[in-house]
Ligand binder design. Structure first.
Ligand SMILES: Nc1ncnc2c1ncn2[C@@H]1O[C@H](COP(=O)(O)OP(=O)(O)O)[C@@H](O)[C@H]1O
Ligand code: SF4
Ligand SMILES: [Mg+2]
Length: 407
């Protein structure tokens, strides 16, 4: 698979509250000292780029999808032939046996590669299988078929100590920090817990490492003896990130890691993730249902629908020239400040609910909601095509919707 990989340092600009569409009206009230201000800045002399949609032939005209492009436009999108994947997901299926001998196909044949130092975004509606895939990557979920290689090793085949040692390098941050923090432990104890369990080094060394990790996420020594109930939501998520850092991971899966936070705090945590990537060379799999958030961090985005990946592309291409009708629907379903009556172009928003993974539609899984569907879509599963370098899509009419329905 050809894929886009950051091969040069990424130019990251500071994400501000106003960069994220306001879902909730909140004031900006930094809950704690942010290390982002120290570590996130322009590197090099290149200024932020902006691009008009009309400047790009074939873009979804009039629909300013580039408005949600990240301000940093320096994510390399070149050929990754010489890149070695850190994570290689090979035709993975995760099926859950459910009542009445039925099978729920949460993941149904996904192949993806994640390359060193990149941020692979995964988007899709609720129920599309994002979390199941994220858990499978860090070996918290067994796969039914296929395999996931982490630095060439199939964690699913390891047991006991070998699994524990290997798994350290592949960590996950979930949405809900409350559920992940023991209310009876102090912040220092919580951060230290993973290395305590593994009995790494002396007590002093563990304390030292935990304090250093707290510092990296912007929480000073005065937080060490507090309890979770004395922290804000953003601060708790910082504690979770510090915990993960104690394991010195190579890959961090962020599963809706900012979804539960106020919009101003979301920006802080996203800046923190970006800063840590710069400092520590981390690789992220960034899972979210919110395309705007994924776009700010990712170099490539995989779009999931009902257990399969329907499109994979460098972020700029995906936002400005989506090839799959589902991707276009996601783009056009995002909140728009312009009232429908004042819009000059038609927006095809996503209608209906995602079908049950117990009985996915035949042929193309998106056909029951696709405005472009034809008979072949019911009869034949669309092939996973590579129409342009670095781009992959599964649709019998990939790209046609841009001229047919939305011009
Ligand atoms: N442990 C489980 N047992 C049965 N079904 C599950 C389990 N975990 C997830 N699912 C189902 O798998 C599908 C994908 O879920 P999930 O991966 O959580 O999607 P997403 O994160 O995209 O919302 C859903 O239909 C969900 O109900
Ligand atoms: S294959 Fe057919 S139903 Fe599926 S996305 Fe493409 S046009 Fe729509
Ligand atoms: Mg989920």
């Amino acid at each position: 698979m050809i894929a886009a990989v950051p091969s040069t340092p990424r130019h990251i600009c500071r994400l501000t509250t106003s960069s994220i569409p306001q879902r909730r009206a909140t004031g900006f009230s930094p809950a704690c000292r942010s290390p982002g201000s120290a570590v996130i800045s322009w590197h090099g002399s290149a200024p932020p780029q902006t691009r008009s949609p009309s400047a790009r032939p074939g873009s979804a005209e009039g629909d300013d999808v580039t408005a949600i492009l990240p301000q940093h436009q320096h994510k390399p999108t070149g050929n990754a032939n010489d890149a070695v994947p850190v994570v290689s997901i090979e035709d993975v299926k995760v099926h859950f046996p459910v009542a009445r001998r039925s099978t729920l196909r949460a993941i149904d044949g996904v192949s993806l590669q994640v390359f060193e130092g990149e941020v692979l975004g995964i988007i899709g509606e609720s129920g599309s299988g994002k979390s199941t895939l994220g858990r499978a990557i860090v070996a918290l979920q067994k796969v039914t078929a296929g395999r996931i290689l982490c630095d060439g090793v199939d964690l699913g085949r390891l047991r006991g100590k070998a699994l524990r040692e290997r798994r350290r390098g592949y960590q996950i941050v979930f949405q809900d920090p409350d559920g992940a923090l023991n209310p009876r432990l102090t912040i220092l104890q919580s951060v230290r817990e993973p290395i305590d369990i593994e009995r790494q080094g002396t007590q002093d060394e563990r304390n030292h490492r935990a304090m250093a990790c707290l510092d990296q996420v912007g929480l000073g020594p005065d937080f060490a003896n507090r309890y979770p109930h004395q922290l804000s939501g953003g601060q708790k998520q910082r504690v979770i990130i510090a915990r993960v850092l104690t394991m010195r991971p190579r890959v961090v899966v962020c599963d809706e890691a900012v979804a539960a936070l106020d919009v101003s705090i979301q920006a802080e945590i996203i800046n923190l993730f970006a800063g840590l990537q710069q400092k520590l060379g981390l690789t992220y799999v960034f899972i979210s249902h919110d395309l705007n958030i994924v776009a700010h961090l990712s170099s490539r985005i995989a779009v999931m629908y009902l257990g399969v990946v329907v499109e994979l592309a460098p972020v700029e291409d995906l936002l400005s020239k989506p090839l799959h009708p589902y991707t276009l629907s996601l783009l056009q379903s995002r909140p728009d400040p312009v009232p429908a009556s004042m819009r000059t172009t038609q927006r095809e928003t996503l209608k209906g609910e995602i079908p049950s993974a117990l009985a996915p539609p035949s042929g193309c899984r998106f056909r029951t909601r696709c405005p472009r569907a034809e008979k072949i879509c019911e009869d034949e599963v669309p092939a996973w095509d590579n129409p342009e370098p670095g781009r992959w899509v599964a649709c019998h009419f990939a790209g046609d919707h841009r001229t047919k329905e939305f011009s």
